[in-house]
Design a protein around this ligand. Structure first.
Ligand SMILES: [Zn+2]
Ligand SMILES: [Zn+2]
Length: 334
């Protein structure tokens, strides 16, 4: 059975951009933008580990207030926000709107990663200092290295132009999954335990085939042989996300390069191509351009969002335009 990201658009095709991406089997949620979050359950708000923000127009970040509110007093749940330059100061001014004299009882584990053209900057917001942020590190330019990488996910970013401000597009790759075959463990006469986690960790870090691993019965066995017998390797899922970008050739080229070969592209289809003048003036993509990106990037499926409310009564026309331009990529709606 193929595992894969489970994706939901709680605000639908026309509402504020907010995409919930659930990582299979784990209580880990990735949010793509954070528009109105009223529809999210407390569980989802608690499980959200990372928020990938395209740009700070109000319809894309309004929901951060609810997310931060729910995470106060839950320091065991670190929260990381990624977004364009200036994000740390924006989060600081939001938090600065409240009194924090009794905050010690409500700690918050908050990190902000700003994605600049030539570097990333990481900021921490210590509760003890009233959330006054301080920079903790710099990373390489986003075109040279992932902006986020951990044992589960790798995220790359590319800045697009959105009427003169950067709007960051993201590519998310799930690392290869390693699943234990419990029947085979039983056939070896071994009890499950932490040693299986150690085996997975050894495989993930590319340990030599003959590296010995301690078994629960006191013996040892080679990592390579254990991997072949006990682990099933599944390919990780992939997606790309782009929301709010000027309909320019340079944006299309940057997006096609970022989204190349992903399984699913989640992208704004704000206007119909018949309203390209409006799209240019308001710095949004059209359904036809979104579809073209999907086709040229060779994705399997394209999921639209952020359709202009002017098409509320004829969303079908937007979907049809997207489908025609995207083929053979399929159009997926939540
Ligand atoms: Zn928008
Ligand atoms: Zn915008």
């Amino acid at each position: 059975m193929r595992r894969g990201f489970r994706i939901a658009l709680p605000n639908g095709l026309v509402g504020d951009p907010l995409v919930v991406v659930r990582v299979p089997w784990l209580p880990r949620v990735l949010l793509l933008d954070a528009g109105d979050a009223a529809g999210l359950t407390p569980r989802t708000l608690l499980d959200a580990a990372d928020v990938l923000i395209s740009h700070p127009h109000v319809d894309h970040v309004f929901g951060l207030a609810r997310l931060l509110r729910v995470r106060l007093g839950r320091p065991e749940r670190p929260l990381r926000l990624l977004g364009p330059p200036g994000l740390a100061a924006r989060v600081r001014s939001h938090l600065g709107g409240y009194s924090w004299n009794l905050v010690e009882a409500f700690p918050l584990d908050l990190t902000v990663v700003e994605i600049h053209p030539d570097r990333t900057e990481t900021w921490r917001f210590p509760t003890s200092a009233g959330f006054e942020p301080y920079a903790v590190g710099r990373g390489p330019a986003p075109d040279r290295a992932p902006v986020l990488a951990d044992e589960l996910l790798e995220v790359r970013a590319a800045p697009l132009d959105h009427g003169g401000i950067p709007s960051i597009a993201y590519r998310v790759e799930e690392r290869r999954g390693l699943q234990v075959d419990p029947a085979e463990v039983g056939r070896m006469g071994l009890a499950p335990g932490p040693w299986l986690g150690e085996l997975k960790a050894a495989v993930r870090r590319g340990a030599p085939e003959d590296e010995p691993l301690a078994l629960p019965d006191g013996g040892t066995a080679a990592v390579g042989a254990l991997r072949d017998r006990l682990l099933r390797v599944t390919e990780g899922d992939t997606l790309a996300y782009a929301c709010d970008a000027t309909p320019s050739e340079s944006n299309v080229a940057a997006l096609v390069a970022l989204a190349r070969g992903v399984r699913r592209l989640v992208i704004e289809a704000h206007y119909l191509d018949a309203d390209l003048d409006l799209a240019r003036r308001n710095a949004h993509l059209t359904a036809a351009i979104a579809g073209r990106v999907a086709r040229e990037a060779g994705v399997d499926a394209v999921m639209p969002l952020h359709v202009s409310p002017r098409y509320e009564e004829r969303v079908d026309a937007v979907l049809a335009e997207l489908a025609a331009a995207a083929a053979p990529a399929a159009v997926e709606t939540p």
